[in-house]
Design a protein. Structure first.
Length: 71
């Protein structure tokens, strides 16, 4: 979920800061950002509230990068 890391970076927050705010450890946040685990609904809601995004984004399929048509 590289999008999660991008949002965190846009807010100017470290993993440690976000983890402390939502009540998890930095390693757990790192696993979320790397897509190695999925958050509980409650954690997704806390992260969404903290970073300013719709928490249901965690449960939507990742959008693939748009490819340019081959000419």
């Amino acid at each position: 979920m590289t999008w999660l890391q991008e949002i965190r970076n846009e807010k100017g927050l470290t993993q440690e800061e976000v983890a402390q705010i939502v009540g998890i450890n930095r390693a757990s946040l790192s696993k979320l950002e790397n897509g190695n685990t999925n958050p509980s609904v409650r954690l997704a809601q806390k992260l969404g509230s903290t970073l300013g995004f719709d928490w249901t984004r965690f449960y939507e399929p990742e959008k693939e990068a748009e490819e340019e048509p081959i000419k």
